[in-house]
Design a binder for this molecule. Structure first.
Ligand code: NDP
Length: 338
């Protein structure tokens, strides 16, 4: 059996996460038991939610155990099988964690899903046609529930979730405005993703300035907001909401390293009769087939062209992950192993 390089969580961060919180370990892959398959990972998914799992504190997900393989989504290929449902060469999506190989019980529901790479590249099953894409779909369709012609705003617009949100919202006839960090990301959001406008928040570093930029980009006000960031950007959006606006509260990455995220004027939620709903995509497995079908169709048709930031080799995973939390990624952050 092959040796298997792994990244473990070595310690919990105090404040900002550091490379020293991770450790590279080399292990042996054990022989397969009946029903198991050996998957060689091609890509690891790096996702902002992983930062929350590094902490001990109570959250919607269990903390990542210290001293064990760092958990996360993976795509790869079956290289050995003792399960009749999986053949050597099958391409699969799973939750194999930060390691080169995983041994999976192929009979356990939800552990492994075969995917077709004829029209959608394997890596996209971790992004636009995977968990981040479904996240965008759920917040848009089930919470914001837009009508054609409405104005929607999404923060972290160039990222894995934000880019899918844009394509899905455009397909429903909405005006879509992104918020992203820097001119290159904003150019990609408008020119390649087809958003109607994009605001570079680095040019608008406080709520007042951001609110003025939103006024210009959203002359009819904002009917729906997909929140990925938190902080002053949320304050600015609240100041431009229309009555009966809907907010899908998906993430608050500006606070993931423990930064406080005060809300300056929560009364605006009442004044505008806003519906605000937080959600966790893994609690809505019932929508995944419908969402994945639409996302796969958009990608295959070239209507959603997701961008990827690809770090090379398992050793690069911790630094790439820390970069993701600081916006150094441009699109879905992956680690390529082979
Ligand atoms: P992205 O690919 O969007 O990467 C994260 C981006 O966040 C960075 O590229 C950066 O973009 C932006 N960012 C980081 N720090 C800040 C900051 N302080 N202020 C403003 N922007 C910042 O990641 P994902 O698409 O995977 O995730 C997007 C959001 O969705 C995250 O908040 C994540 O936690 C959440 N999420 C929630 C799920 C759920 O079930 N609720 C499921 C999946 C994701 P930029 O340079 O433009 O600032």
């Amino acid at each position: 059996m092959p040796t298997n390089k792994q990244i473990h969580l070595a310690s919990r961060p105090e404040g900002e996460a550091q490379a020293g919180n991770f450790r590279l370990v080399t292990a042996e892959t054990p022989p397969l038991a009946d029903g198991q398959v050996l998957v060689r990972h091609h890509y690891l998914s790096l996702d902002p939610y992983m930062r929350g799992r590094m902490n001990e504190s109570k959250s919607y997900a269990q903390p990542q155990p210290v001293g064990q393989v760092f958990q996360g989504g993976t795509v790869g290929e079956v290289v050995e099988s003792r399960n009749p449902k999986y053949a050597v060469g099958d391409k699969v999506v799973g939750f194999g964690g930060w390691q080169e190989y995983s041994v999976v019980d192929g009979n356990q529901p939800g552990m492994l899903r075969k995917v077709d790479t004829a029209h959608v590249p394997l890596s996209h099953y971790l992004g636009a046609v995977g968990m981040p894409g479904v996240t965008a779909w759920y917040g848009l369709v089930k919470i914001i529930a837009p009508k054609a012609g409405e104005t929607l705003v999404v923060s972290a617009a160039s990222g894995a979730v934000g880019s899918a949100f844009g394509a899905l919202a455009k397909a429903r006839g909405c005006r879509v405005v992104g918020i992203a960090g820097g001119p290159d990301k904003c150019k990609y959001v408008t020119d390649e993703l087809g958003f109607d406008a994009c605001i570079d928040y680095r040019q608008h570093p406080d709520a007042k300035s951001m609110s003025a930029a939103l006024k210009e980009a959203c002359p009819q006000g904002i009917d729906g907001y997909f929140e990925n960031v938190g902080g002053y950007i949320l304050d600015a959006v609240l100041s431009r909401l229309n009555a009966f606006a809907r907010i899908a509260l998906c993430g608050m990455i500006a606070g993931y390293d423990g930064q406080p995220l005060p809300l300056a004027n929560p009364a605006l939620l009442l004044i505008n009769r806003v519906k605000l709903e937080g959600f966790i995509v893994s609690e809505h497995m019932e929508v995944w087939p419908e969402a994945l079908k639409e996302l796969g169709t958009l990608v295959a048709a070239g209507k959603l062209r997701p961008r990827e930031s690809i770090a090379q080799g398992i050793e690069a995973a911790p630094e790439a992950f820390l970069g993701l939390l600081k916006g150094r990624n441009f699109g879905k952050q992956l680690v390529k192993l082979i």
